[in-house]
Design a protein around this ligand. Structure first.
Ligand SMILES: NC(=O)c1ccc[n+]([C@@H]2O[C@H](COP(=O)([O-])OP(=O)(O)OC[C@H]3O[C@@H](n4cnc5c(N)ncnc54)[C@H](OP(=O)(O)O)[C@@H]3O)[C@@H](O)[C@H]2O)c1
Length: 274
């Protein structure tokens, strides 16, 4: 019996050299990663919620020679996502597992705080579910003595963002989890890579009002990310200029950085999160 909805499949396992699972493959960085990895001999397991966009990406990946399967999975349901992962990996062992799905939100101007139910959503999709699934994946890969896991964090992890405390907090937790898991898994020949992007030109950052300094295209982000995964690096931060802001926040008195961050007063077009 199928425990998860597989919406489309195209594969013949005889010639497949690597199985790659990507969450958040229906948009932005995850979609660009899917196309970056798409080639003959690669089987892409694409997760997302929007079936139509997921299938469009799968079709493009097939045109580049990859075989694909798509799964509509809501990461708010951690247990269901975990069951799906176990089922897929038992069927055909995953070589590279990339947790790209994520959500962001900014405190509405009319509110004193972020909204509790959205904070819960952010915690689940950005932190609880990816760390649960990455732990299961790490165990399975450690038994096989081979594999790569990547978790997409954010440079927001390094800053106390007053208007997005849930987002920056979820990414800070994810960052610590990822580098700690890297330390634990390296002796088992499993490599865990934390990705900390600055602004990438995707629907997520397009919702922000105002400047997006040092903006990177999703295609360039995907190239940098796949290279770092291939090298088994513990951490990739890009663009590098954000390393300076990270160090500055570390060195400056907290009261001053907090004042500066409050002044920054980042806004977004109406939230798509309800
Ligand atoms: N864009 C940036 O500037 C930027 C900067 C730093 C870090 N990041 C991080 O990069 C990652 C990718 O973001 P992006 O910019 O590519 O954003 P995006 O274009 O908005 O894509 C987000 C992806 O996450 C999926 N997703 C959201 N909620 C989900 C849920 N409950 N269950 C399953 N999938 C869900 C979406 O699926 P559906 O569309 O199918 O719902 C979509 O595929 C995120 O982790 C984000 O925090 C982005």
């Amino acid at each position: 019996m199928d425990i998860f909805p597989m919406t489309a499949q195209s594969r013949s396992h005889s010639h497949i050299q690597s199985h790659i699972l990507i969450t958040g493959a229906s948009s932005g960085i995850g979609a660009a990663l899917a196309l970056n990895y798409a080639r003959s001999g690669t089987h892409l397991i694409l997760w997302g919620r929007n079936q139509e966009r997921l299938e469009q990406i799968a079709k493009k990946a097939q045109q580049h020679g990859a075989s694909t399967e798509t799964h509509v999975i809501d990461l708010n349901n951690t247990n269901h996502a975990l069951e799906c992962l176990q089922h897929i990996d038992s069927d055909h062992p995953i070589d590279i597992c990339i947790f790209a799905a994520g959500i962001s939100d900014i405190r509405p101007e009319t509110e004193l705080t972020e909204l509790p139910h959205i904070v819960q959503n952010i915690a689940c999709v950005n932190f609880s579910t990816p760390i649960t699934l990455a732990t299961e994946m790490a165990k399975r890969m450690a038994i096989r003595k081979s594999g790569n896991i990547a978790l997409i964090g954010s440079v927001a992890a390094f800053h106390d963002l007053p208007m997005a405390s849930a987002y920056s907090g979820s990414k800070a937790g994810l960052a610590r989890f990822s580098t700690a898991l890297h330390a634990a898994m390296k002796p088992h020949n499993v490599f865990v890579t934390l990705i900390s992007p600055g602004y990438v030109d995707t629907p997520m950052s397009q919702r922000l009002v105002g400047a997006r300094p040092f903006l990177v295209s999703p295609q360039k982000a995907a190239r940098l990310i796949s290279k770092a995964i291939g090298q088994g690096r513990a951490h990739l931060l890009f663009p590098r200029i954000f390393f300076i802001t990270k160090v500055l926040e570390y060195l400056m008195p907290r009261s001053i950085t907090h004042r500066l961050l409050r002044i920054a007063n980042v806004k977004q077009n109406p939230s798509t999160l309800k």
